[in-house]
Ligand binder design. Sequence first.
Ligand SMILES: C[S@@+](CC[C@H](N)C(=O)[O-])C[C@H]1O[C@@H](n2cnc3c(N)ncnc32)[C@H](O)[C@@H]1O
Length: 327
Amino acid sequence: MAVGERDLDAALDAVLGSGSELAPAAAALSAAYRSGRRPGEVLDDPTAARAYAAVRMPATFAAVRAALRAAGPGLRPTTLLDIGGGTGAAVWAAAASLPSLRSAHVLDGSAPALALGRRIAAGAPDPVLAGATWTPARWPVDLPGADLATLAYFAGELRPEQQVAVVAAAAERAGAVAVVEPGTPAGFADLLRARDTLLGMGFRIVAPCPHDLDCPWATGSDWCHFPVRLPRSARHRQVKGARLGWEDEKFSYVVAVRDGADRPEGRPEGRPEGRIVRHPVQRKGMVELTVCAARPGIERVIVSKRSGADYRAARDAGWGDAWPPHP
Ligand SMILES: C[S@@+](CC[C@H](N)C(=O)[O-])C[C@H]1O[C@@H](n2cnc3c(N)ncnc32)[C@H](O)[C@@H]1O
């Protein structure tokens, strides 16, 4: 069975214990992220890496897993390269959502983060995680090849020209690339840069976009992001000084594949006709959806009770789901 948040939590418990001593380091990490400091030296000591694993890894795991799931079963990599992989959240996410996966290689500039990631993964009930390779490598470096490259919460650590270079290098070495960034205006700006780079390399988008055209939100009028709710363990709450038993992580993402000669026309496998880009609003006898569609862009779709199966689907639909549900 695929690993899930309980397995990650158990592995974090085994390595971090209660993590009670990590609260000051976690607070310093949050302050560093809020200040927008970059490029990212932030994990370059063992205590910062432990604090990151305690307070951020469950959320980055949940966001990357949601992004990979949105790409659907068309994404069938055997090998994964996780660039700027830190403590390995994206490998956990890939192990949780890609049954085809057989091996994973994590690159990161922080030896303490990698060492910790290796210890956390060693406790996973999954051979890809337990057998992953962890290599210290500070970008710019030559990248090994893989079926899928992930860059999770990494592009934003780099200057814009470095972001373009690393995403282009990933696209040269991998058949599919997934980029996930914080769901903030700044994170979305980095994400758009990655999206443009992937399109410029001839890649086609599988998720979230229903097209390879200019993003309707590229003008800065709004930003494309999605929420994922995750449970907070006792350790997570303690280290963060939080009371709620859950948190909502907002993220922006793109998953793109090299343009397959086998499918030059039509949509790449897994790409939806449209995607719900805000919480659906339920009204009496109708559901109002905000949908990003190939044309005209962002549109409001009213699904009334008279629509039968579509209405029932709209009532169950959430922010981030494909629409229509049955192409
Ligand atoms: C916010 S963390 C993200 C870690 C992980 N991908 C995740 O989603 O949880 C950013 C990572 O980028 C790494 N990093 C920053 N600059 C780097 C560079 N130039 N080369 C390689 N890694 C770098 C940091 O060490 C850190 O592990």
